[in-house]
Design a protein around this ligand. Structure first.
Ligand SMILES: Nc1ncnc2c1ncn2[C@@H]1O[C@H](COP(=O)(O)OP(=O)(O)OP(=O)(O)O)[C@@H](O)[C@H]1O
Ligand code: SF4
Ligand SMILES: [Mg+2]
Length: 348
């Protein structure tokens, strides 16, 4: 479905400093985000790099607390500052450094260009308004549509996310929808203003397995149809294999491996990725014992020098405890932040 837009919000970006139509859709360079807490400064994101092209899906994976959601919130411009503080780096959308924009300019980019689907639709939707009203408000505020046109568009959107009987359900409240249907409503809201980048932060975790698969299929279809760039944050490596082109593995607030999904699964170039892959069941191996990654991630207020994974790494040598390995190219289209990436890749 295409949406006729009043382009005013969209055109706003073209006049911003650095804008280039042909620039990479989204680039994150050396992003750093810290939280000022009673226990000290928690370095939640410590130099993350990401690249996302139009039509591409990049999966972001990593243990709980590795900085996936904070990275997403920084890209969206929805970090609560304070306690959060963006301590460094750049986030460029079509060449425009978002971190240099005013709050109003960022608000226009949000929803119109970069939108997000959260894990918990119930808390993201307003319980006191009907779904149709919440969708219509987007069209009325951002596109200046009449009430009637906005409602018509809302029904079309609910249809697009395959909510049956959309014309009736548009008048219902969020609590009247099942978990899966509510997540579809949230996807409809995120897509309403035709964003070019969609960030989905564990969009299916709260749902049962069959519904998860349906929602993932829907997201993947819409992403392909609209040629959007999608950042998919997930714990589910099966989903990664199904829908993502590239993968970014995060550990202690850093990207430690980036590559095509096929390469990463076949020959991981970082010991942490290797351990993650070993910790999931494989359908093709019978009687396999799951490996648990021994040890814990570092405390973010006290990240040790050198490689943050060293205390848990079976490949660690002396240099790992003193020198932080930069994320660097280790093969065509593959990057790893490990001093011994080449050995890790060939050690199967
Ligand atoms: N409001 C906050 N105040 C203090 N620290 C925070 C806050 N929000 C996040 N953090 C810190 O940032 C770290 C990274 O959090 P983040 O939510 O990005 O993890 P995640 O990778 O998304 O984990 P999960 O898989 O559990 O969603 C957390 O471990 C926490 O220490
Ligand atoms: S740099 Fe050293 S400690 Fe870190 S992952 Fe590589 S081998 Fe392990
Ligand atoms: Mg998270």
């Amino acid at each position: 479905m295409s949406i006729d837009l009043d382009r005013s919000d969209n055109d706003a970006v073209a006049g911003l400093p650095g804008y280039r139509e042909d620039a990479t859709l989204l680039e994150v360079d050396d992003l750093r985000v810290e939280f000022h807490t009673r226990d000290g400064v928690a370095r939640a994101v410590n130099g993350v790099n990401l690249r996302l092209a139009a039509g591409q899906t990049v999966a972001v994976v990593g243990e709980s607390g590795s900085g996936k959601s904070v990275t997403a919130q920084a890209i969206m411009g929805i970090l609560e500052e304070p306690p959060a503080r963006v301590a460094g780096g750049e986030i460029r959308y079509r060449g425009v450094d978002l971190l240099k924009l005013s709050a109003d300019q960022r608000r226009r980019i949000r929803a119109n260009h970069i939108a997000m689907v959260f894990q918990d639709a119930l808390s993201a939707l307003n319980p006191v308004w009907t779904v149709g009203f919440q969708l219509s408000e987007l069209f009325r505020t951002h596109r200046g549509m009449s009430r009637k046109d906005a409602k018509k568009r809302s029904i079309e959107l609910l249809d697009m996310v395959r909510i049956p009987a959309a014309a009736q359900r548009v008048n219902e409240y969020p609590h009247q929808f099942s978990g899966g249907m509510r997540q579809r409503v949230m996807i409809a809201m995120a897509l309403a203003l035709d964003p070019k980048v969609l960030i989905a932060d564990e969009p299916t975790t709260a749902l049962d397995v069959t519904v998860q698969a349906q929602i993932m299929r829907l997201l993947a279809e819409i992403q392909a149809e609209r040629h959007m760039g999608m950042i998919l944050i997930t714990h589910d490596l099966g989903v990664v294999a199904d829908v993502a082109d590239d993968i970014t593995v995060m550990y202690a607030g850093r990207a430690v491996e980036q590559a095509g999904v096929g390469d990463t699964f076949a020959t991981p170039a970082h010991p942490y990725t290797k351990a993650l892959l070993r910790s999931i069941p494989r359908l093709d191996v019978k009687g396999q014992q799951l490996e648990v990654i021994a040890g814990l991630p570092p405390t973010l207020t006290d990240i040790p020098p050198g490689c943050a994974f060293a205390p848990r790494c079976t490949y660690a040598k002396d240099i790992c405890r003193t020198e932080q390995p930069p994320l660097r190219t280790v093969a065509d289209g593959r990057a790893s932040a490990c001093h011994f990436a080449k050995e890790v890749m060939t050690d199967v």
